[in-house]
Design a protein around this ligand. Structure first.
Ligand code: KIV
Length: 295
């Protein structure tokens, strides 16, 4: 077996050195303890950087339909696309747990379809668990997937795959009867065997109530500080996404501006011929081969 930190090992991000793999039992054990950190990732390089930053889990979210592909919502994303991005993220993940989102209409048809899709994602996407949207109506789906040995993260409150039914990306659980439904949904997912549940865009007091009612961790996004962990889209938290950011997003860096400035500097340097300089050129023929690889 390769040791942790070995680039050939599954948790071998060489930049971070040895780091224990964050497993499903380890995530469960964080209930009420140190808050969990989950960030979306869609490619190898970003996965490596986020892993180096110490996140507990990387989610290959169907948000890729919006932030990577430029669609208005997540509905067009396919199982094959999630699996493709999953393989890239898994190669860079190091110790972070890797979760694959089940896209729209890849599990809603029946519990059987849900098991087949979850299995396909685990086999072809190199994921360690899957996530699906929906509450009590999908408890049977979750139960069947978990029975097949695949860990499931639930997702209630604002479920973006239902954007048209909800009339937009709107806060959920504001009315007392809606709040009760969110609580019922989260409980149903726990009973079905989910190991954690995302609470999206619900009032903080409701999220805190759900968190204390469940024995599995809650991961909030736009749900206040009372959850067992937080998840954000990587381009949002790093300040890269140029679209309209939801109110709950905090930009922890301005990477987007850094990219624009770096690009402007490149354009300028090529224009005035200050790049490439002699230090970026190979020696003429006849000199010993460069030791540094081209890549
Ligand atoms: O698709 C996604 O990125 C998500 C998270 C924002 C929770 O579901």
């Amino acid at each position: 077996m390769y040791g942790a930190g070995d680039p050939r090992s599954p948790n071998g991000n060489p930049a971070t050195g040895p780091r224990a793999k964050v497993t499903v039992p380890a995530i469960r054990a964080r209930k009420g303890e140190r808050p969990l950190t989950v960030v979306t990732a869609y490619d190898y390089t970003m996965a490596r950087l986020l892993d180096e930053g110490g996140v507990d889990a990387l989610l290959v979210g169907d948000s890729l339909g919006m932030v990577v592909q430029g669609h208005q919502n997540t509905l067009p994303v396919t199982v094959e696309e999630i699996a493709y991005h999953g393989r890239a993220v898994a190669r860079g993940a190091g110790g972070a747990h890797v979760i694959g989102d089940m896209p729209f209409m890849s599990y809603q048809v029946s519990p059987m379809q849900a098991v087949e899709t979850a299995g396909k994602l685990m086999k072809e996407g190199a994921f360690e668990s899957v996530k699906l949207e929906g509450g009590a109506a999908f408890a049977e789906h979750v139960f069947r997937i978990v029975s097949a040995g695949i860990p499931v993260m639930g997702h209630v409150g604002l479920t973006p795959q239902s954007v048209h039914a909800l009339g937009g990306f709107k806060v959920q659980g504001k009315k007392p009867e809606d709040a009760e439904q969110v609580l019922r949904d989260a409980r149903a997912l726990e009973e079905a065997g989910a190991y954690a549940v995302v609470l999206e865009a619900i009032p903080p007091d409701l999220a805190a109530e759900v968190t204390s009612a469940l024995s599995i961790p809650t991961i909030g996004i736009g749900a206040g500080a009372g959850c067992d962990g937080q998840v954000l889209v990587c381009y949002d938290l790093l300040g890269m996404y140029r679209g309209l950011a939801p109110k709950f997003v905090k930009r922890f860096a301005e990477v987007g501006s850094t990219i624009v400035e770096g690009t402007q500097a490149f354009v300028q340097a090529v224009g005035d011929r200050s790049f490439p300089g002699p230090e970026h050129a190979f020696k003429p023929n006849g000199f010993p081969t460069e030791e540094r690889p081209v890549h």
